[in-house]
Write a protein that binds this ligand. Structure first.
Ligand SMILES: NC(=O)c1ccc[n+]([C@@H]2O[C@H](COP(=O)([O-])OP(=O)(O)OC[C@H]3O[C@@H](n4cnc5c(N)ncnc54)[C@H](O)[C@@H]3O)[C@@H](O)[C@H]2O)c1
Ligand SMILES: [Zn+2]
Length: 351
């Protein structure tokens, strides 16, 4: 059982009592819990057994393709139909899709009602549920519509990971690797030495990673500066993820970020921040875990085009969060499109 306190709320790890006591104190006029069919099947009964509260269940379809404004409209309509006032509570029980979308629905409904996050995937436990970024995808662009608003609490239960499919575990693991690369060399080393993803001390790994994310986001909640280092691997990763979003073989977030981290490690090397050996160590460690998939970086122009629309690339210029060294990051580094193309070629190169 571990707790991390943030400025305005707490993150509790494996602490059912903290959740019970939050719900008791809150005494919300009505409580809604958002689930998808997987979290309904694997997580909801445990939540209901432990908390014994009355909830209205709102079930949304599974997956990123439903992280849309249309799904929000259905959620808002269900809340409205119950005649909800501003003292209602929304509980997001699920992965990053539910956390981002459910949080967005709560933060905008009647200009904002309370919500808490109970993240049930590794990715959402160490990343999506911390830092208050909420939103939905729009016209094929990831997280295009949204806002930053902190929840009233984050309650992480690592036991929920037991039912998570291995590819989803691997997807979340990319964020753990990222946190190590940008902020803690020793974490990065120990994570890459691990060979069995299911046989880890998740309570302490999740704690360590959440702590890194919390420390970074707390220094810069609205992403004016420091927080941008969390985008390492994501500028290229998001573009690749967006490009394949509507295809028959979409990539999981972490899989796209894994490719992004290799390419952006190359950019870090190209501007002289890390050595060639370090670059190859990073690439080998990532490829060992995620495999090598050159087909995903084939349409370089398309990927560059998508990057241009990225909120972080202003005035057509590419700006990256890169590694300053292994375990430390820098941000707002201007990079030419030639370098970006080279970095995609580097990922594509035969091993
Ligand atoms: N807000 C942020 O700061 C932030 C950061 C990173 C990612 N994200 C967002 O998070 C999303 C990805 O999150 P995700 O990977 O958790 O996706 P997800 O919510 O789609 O969950 C992945 C899959 O796991 C299933 N699942 C969830 N919990 C389960 C459990 N305990 N057992 C079995 N199956 C379970 C889900 O039903 C789904 O099929 C993306 O939309 C991304 O943009 C947000
Ligand atoms: Zn991410």
């Amino acid at each position: 059982m571990k707790n991390i306190s943030c400025n305005n709320y707490n993150i509790h790890i494996n602490d059912w009592e903290a959740l019970e006591s939050y719900l008791e104190k809150k005494s919300a006029s009505q409580t809604f819990i958002i689930v998808d069919s997987n979290t309904e099947k694997y997580c909801l009964h445990q939540f209901l057994e432990k908390t014994q509260i009355d909830v209205h269940i709102i079930k949304i379809p599974v997956g990123e393709s439903f992280k849309t404004i249309e799904t929000c409209q259905k959620v808002w309509a269900e809340i409205l139909r119950k005649g909800t006032d501003r003292h209602a509570l929304v509980i997001n029980l699920g992965g990053g899709v539910i956390g981002d979308l459910g949080g967005f629905c709560a933060a905008t409904y009647m200009r904002g009602i309370s919500f808490i996050q109970i993240p049930t995937t590794l990715l959402s436990q160490v990343d999506a549920s911390v830092g208050g970024k909420l939103g939905v995808d729009f016209l094929g662009f990831k997280n295009m519509i949204g806002l930053i608003q902190e929840p009233e609490g984050v309650f992480i239960f690592t036991d929920f990971l037991k039912t998570l499919p291995v590819d989803q575990m691997r997807s979340g693991y990319a964020e753990l690797l990222k946190h190590g690369l940008i902020a803690d060399r020793l974490t990065w080393k120990s994570l890459t030495e691990n060979t069995d993803i299911n046989n880890l001390d998740f309570e302490s790994i999740v704690y360590q990673s959440v702590l890194i994310k919390k420390q970074v986001t707390e220094q810069d909640p609205t992403e004016k500066g420091m927080r941008k280092i969390l985008n390492f691997g994501h500028t290229i990763g998001h573009a690749i993820e967006s490009y394949w979003l509507d295809s028959s073989s979409p990539l999981l977030h972490g899989e796209a970020v894994a490719i992004g981290m290799v390419s952006e490690a190359f950019l870090s090397y190209r501007i002289g921040n890390i050595s060639e050996n370090e670059l190859f160590d990073i690439r080998n460690a990532i490829v060992k875990m995620y495999g090598h998939h050159p087909k995903y970086v084939k349409p370089a122009e398309e990927i560059l085009h998508i990057m241009k629309a990225d909120k972080k690339n202003q005035k057509g210029e590419y700006r990256f969060a890169l590694l300053e060294s292994v375990g430390k990051a820098c941000f707002d580094i201007p990079v030419s499109s030639e370098y970006v193309e080279e970095s995609l070629l580097f990922y594509k190169e035969k091993l």
